[in-house]
Design a protein around this ligand. Structure first.
Ligand SMILES: CC(C)(COP(=O)(O)OP(=O)(O)OC[C@H]1O[C@@H](n2cnc3c(N)ncnc32)[C@H](O)[C@@H]1OP(=O)(O)O)[C@@H](O)C(=O)NCCC(=O)NCCS
Length: 214
């Protein structure tokens, strides 16, 4: 029997995760969120308090879901929450939407979240607290680091290596055997055909916009 679950954060990413958890019939204790008042109801769940309300439950009796999403230039709240509670022996549940296809030998570490319609092929390994967002495709034998966000619809061809804290933007495409250094950001819609060093931003060509004259 799985343990009851507390969700950290009550924003849009949390809302999607709660929907998955409900479809999996998980037992949900409530949400912790410093921006909501204790006792209010959010996404149909009780707000238990700020983050430290987790400590009203022992690490043995609950599991956590990191409901804080991640954007390319945010301040790393998602990673710091994971590290804080992980250091105190709380376990982050690995969550896979039932509509995702995950090959049999894929390895997903603690706290990895795989959203609707994702495909992850054989031999791929994904490290702690990373998100594979809706409709993304990760081909065979990829290595994905910790605290990575692979945004909706991104495609990683086979044997791609992605460092820690990387953001791969919506709809970006990475050809086979590319390496992306830690902390880099791949802009939405980019096509990456060469290795990317650490802490780089990749900008794709911008769409041309013209007014329609009728
Ligand atoms: C790449 C990215 C991080 C750039 O952010 P930034 O450095 O703050 O860039 P800015 O918004 O200041 O834009 C700088 C310039 O690059 C252009 N640009 C930015 N992102 C672009 C993109 N993805 N494609 C094409 N052009 C882009 C901007 O139009 C702007 O052009 P200008 O100087 O001619 O006006 C961001 O645009 C992006 O693609 N983020 C990914 C979003 C995502 O994946 N969301 C998923 C949420 S689930």
């Amino acid at each position: 029997m799985t343990k009851p679950i507390i969700i950290l954060g009550g924003g849009g990413h949390a809302k999607v995760l709660i929907d998955i958890l409900r479809r999996l019939n998980c037992r949900l204790v409530g949400i912790v969120d410093p921006n909501q008042s204790v006792g209010s109801v959010l996404h149909g769940l009780n707000v238990l308090g700020a983050d430290n309300a987790v400590f009203n439950y022992s690490a043995a009796e609950v599991e956590l879901i990191n409901g804080v999403g991640s954007l390319p230039k945010d301040k790393g709240l998602r990673a710091s929450l994971f590290n804080t509670f992980n250091d105190k022996s709380y376990h982050f549940k690995t969550l896979v939407d039932p509509t995702a296809f995950i090959a049999a030998d894929v390895e997903l570490s603690d706290g990895v979240q795989v959203m609707a319609g994702v495909i992850i092929q054989a031999g791929t390994k994904i490290a702690e607290n990373s998100i594979v967002n809706s409709g993304a495709i990760i081909e065979h034998d990829c290595r994905i680091g910790r605290h990575v966000h692979i945004a909706p619809g991104a495609v990683l061809s086979g044997t791609v290596e992605v460092g820690d804290y990387v953001h791969i933007g919506t709809g970006a495409k990475i050809i086979q055997s590319i390496s992306i250094g830690a902390g880099s950001i791949i802009g939405a819609g980019s096509v990456v055909t060469q290795d990317i060093a650490c802490s780089q931003i990749v900008y794709p060509p911008r769409s041309k916009i013209k007014s329609i004259e009728r």
